[in-house]
Design a protein around this ligand. Sequence first.
Ligand SMILES: *Cc1c(COP(=O)(O)O)cnc(C)c1O
Length: 393
Amino acid sequence: MNSSNEKTISKFDKYVTHSYGRYPLAIKKGQGRRCTDESGKDYIDFGSGIGTNSLGYCDEKWADMVCEQVRSLQHCSNYYYTEIQAQFAEKLCEITGYKSVFFGNSGAEANECAIKTARKYSFDKYGKGRHNIITLVNSFHGRTLATLSATGQEVFHNYFFPFVEGFINVEANNTDDLKSKLDDTVCAVMLEYIQGEGGVNALDKEFVDAVYELCSEKDILVIADEVQTGVGRTGKMLAGEHFGKKADITTLAKGIAGGIPMGACLFNEKTCGVLTPSTHGSTFGGNPVACAGGLAVLERIDEDGFLSEVEKKAEFIKTRLLECSEVESVSGIGLMIGITLKSKNAAEVVKKALERGLLLLTAKQKVRLLPPLTISYDELNDGLNILQEILEE
Ligand SMILES: *Cc1c(COP(=O)(O)O)cnc(C)c1O
């Protein structure tokens, strides 16, 4: 580690709360799919800031749109209107086929909005008592108290007691378990089509079919948490398209604005009228600069051939990974990839890759890849060569 990295790291560690296990890397700048640390060392980025930098670092058109917006109007309160928020909302609804959207600033906030909306939908129609939300074992929905409570992993349910009531866990892909818990206290089922933090596991199509069928029989809402899977990550605008499904509420964040904080909660015909004035809000939600970044991302994704290119790159990566003798299997859809290793430890592989100039992520025991959607085959080859070298030594 170079001394300038060290200086930043020691100052940072002195003043910033130690709530993350950080790697010893201080990133100074980025361009395209590569970034540079304070000593001048380059890294190929296969993590894109946990899927946020969907167009890579400092994409020119994106940066132009963000800078133009920040120089003309950086913020105004949600008591007023802005053209950029209208434009972004229109484009987002057109591409996804939803009726309306609420903007927040993160994935957890988008999910909080979905949870509140589902409960109010049911309260308005059926009165009190139908407030439970079913979430899946091994899910991840965020770090606020309600979204932590919704998260179906016991490791997260510690320290912060009492948690929020009203979440019931069902085993993923277990239709019998679902049936036994879908009683008349339930207002919604919330799911990730591909559990991201839980280990990059796609749900079975039959299970997703069963969720939708059972829910529609009982007027129970389906909430799709597409915070990680949405906005082109899987080669479709929404991962639900792979399952032929459109949830009553879909949440987005991570890559939606290309690395600027933004969360979105999308509503269909059934749910678009639930939130009424003063029932929900966010000071920064729908911030003009974030909307400009979001519009740049959507315009790119909407270009002819962009998403099919994402799918092709994903196939290319999978083929190369499966040629590796250390790779047991590859999971996920599109550019959301989990790698199960035969004998090596994922966290160790990520550390070694960092030393050799490749940024990777983990998800449970897997190495996880969330490369920028714009990554080139040359960059993929460079990164995969480093990974292969590590896996085969
Ligand atoms: C990352 C993530 C969240 C939380 O998003 P934040 O922006 O960190 O609040 C929620 N759900 C899923 C599926 C995620 O991947």
